[in-house]
Design a protein around this ligand. Structure first.
Ligand SMILES: *Cc1c(COP(=O)(O)O)cnc(C)c1O
Length: 435
């Protein structure tokens, strides 16, 4: 399969080339060359579902890898990247589930995509003599997942920029604790400053002639496509056991995780409705209620990994719906959940059912409660995107007790952490990259 840009001004690229590039040269996002190519699951057997996460991942990704140099590596890539589970667990309310995506090394779903990208780039980068520097701006979770995935990978250096004081204490610790080939820069500015600095570096040809650069942000095909795997596995397993499609509620920021579910459904996997929950950054809910699509500055919330004012994967959503916004609007339920509602939900569900959610997951649980209140039927799963222990400074005061830390996260928190201070100017980043 070949891939083209959502902005139609870049030549078709192979999968390997698209993964290596990240962003298409015209600034768009890579998508399959023909929209109909998304519908490829039929014929490979709806009857699957006895498979493991790794087997289902390889099956769902195979059409996208067909004919590419990475195709023969696909089973090994899946085995290497998905070596932790994504269990579907029942909640106390009948028919409701959580799909736990936080059992990876940094306790958030981004571990899946970051590890798959790292495994892919390791194979694509093999044999190059000059090291590749991956620069990534993070509002918290992306940087840690990318750092963990590339830690001690030969031929790769990672530089992570994060807004000093605006990530949770444990997020900050995770970013600074790797060392070796991972460099954390705590920037005296906002996430937008960090992102602008990274964009400037990626567009600086003179710099790139001396320091080969790449990025690992959520629009990269190498992170986006593999996120289909856990939805495919959960839906196939659920369908095999209950004969029912699985409906999904997904906490959404840049729309990458949700777009992976949308693509998996388009392929023909047994996924029913998909509902999108945001925090107070309500660009998407406004669009789905009929307003024009209008990006705006993000506001800080308790669900900081979703503080996005211009969801980058919206271009992919429009592409899949042939740029027909009315058809697009008809297909999704959305809601914006503000900080007060996040707090209320976390507190109440813990008190009534002993259930614990991170602030991101809480937005989706809230939307599911609203849907049930309207009488919506069927089996639903909320994508639980991070472990609540990662956001202990939000969750613990609400529930009045300490949260047990999962072993992988505990191991990271025991390491010493160090981040370099960095002023919010491109010149400072450039100097660091050249040093
Ligand atoms: C990144 C992130 C999200 C948002 O995912 P998108 O793909 O950007 O929509 C939600 N929850 C958590 C915990 C995250 O880290």
């Amino acid at each position: 399969m070949h891939f083209v840009s959502t902005r139609h001004a870049a030549p078709p690229a192979t999968l390997s080339a698209a993964i290596a590039a990240g962003l298409a040269p015209d600034g768009g996002l890579y998508v399959p060359e023909h929209r109909s190519q998304a519908r490829q699951w039929q014929g490979q057997g709806q009857g699957q579902g006895q498979g493991s996460l790794v087997a289902d991942a390889a099956a769902v990704l195979a059409p996208f890898f067909a004919g590419d140099a990475l195709a023969s590596h696909l089973p090994a890539l899946c085995e290497q990247a998905f070596d932790f589970p994504a269990p579907l667990r029942a909640l106390s309310t009948p028919g409701d589930h959580v799909l736990e995506l936080f059992h990876g090394p940094t306790a958030a779903f981004k571990d899946f995509g970051a590890r798959f990208l790292a495994a892919s780039l390791a194979r694509l980068q093999g044999g190059r003599d000059r090291p590749l520097t991956i620069v990534v701006a993070t509002s918290g979770d992306t940087g840690a997942a990318v750092a963990a995935a590339f830690h001690r990978q030969p031929g790769i250096r990672v530089v992570v920029l994060y807004p000093d004081g605006r990530v949770s204490p444990r997020q900050a610790h995770q970013l600074g604790c790797f060392g070796d080939n991972i460099h954390a820069l705590r920037v005296a500015g906002s996430f937008d400053d960090c992102q602008a600095m990274v964009k400037q570096a990626l567009g600086d040809r003179e710099l790139q002639a001396r320091v080969p650069l790449s990025s690992a942000n959520s629009i990269s095909l190498g992170r986006w496509l593999p996120q289909m795997s856990y939805y495919a596995h959960a839906a196939l397993t659920h369908h095999a056991a209950h004969g029912q499609h699985l409906n999904l509620v997904i906490p959404t920021g840049n729309l990458g995780n949700a777009m992976a579910a949308v693509l998996a459904r388009a392929m023909g996997l047994p996924i029913g409705q998909i509902a999108l929950a945001t925090n107070a950054n309500d660009v998407l809910p406004r669009f789905f209620q009929g307003e024009a699509y209008r990006p705006r500055h993000s506001v800080p919330t308790l669900a900081n990994a979703m503080d996005v004012g211009a969801p980058s994967n919206f271009e992919r959503l429009r592409w899949l719906h042939a740029d027909d916004d009315d058809a697009l609007r008809a297909g999704f339920r959305t809601a914006a959940v503000d900080d007060a509602a996040i707090r209320e939900l976390i507190t109440r569900r813990h008190a009534s059912a002993g259930e614990l959610f991170c602030p991101h997951t809480a937005t989706a649980v809230k939307l599911l409660e609203q849907l049930r209140g309207e009488g919506v039927q069927g089996d639903w799963a909320v994508a639980a995107t991070a472990h609540p222990a990662k956001f202990e400074s939000v969750v613990e005061p609400l529930i009045g007790r300490a949260i047990e830390v999962p072993p992988a996260l505990a191991a990271l928190l025991q390491r010493p952490a160090h981040a370099e201070p960095c002023p919010p100017h491109y010149a400072a980043l450039r100097e660091f990259l050249l040093a």
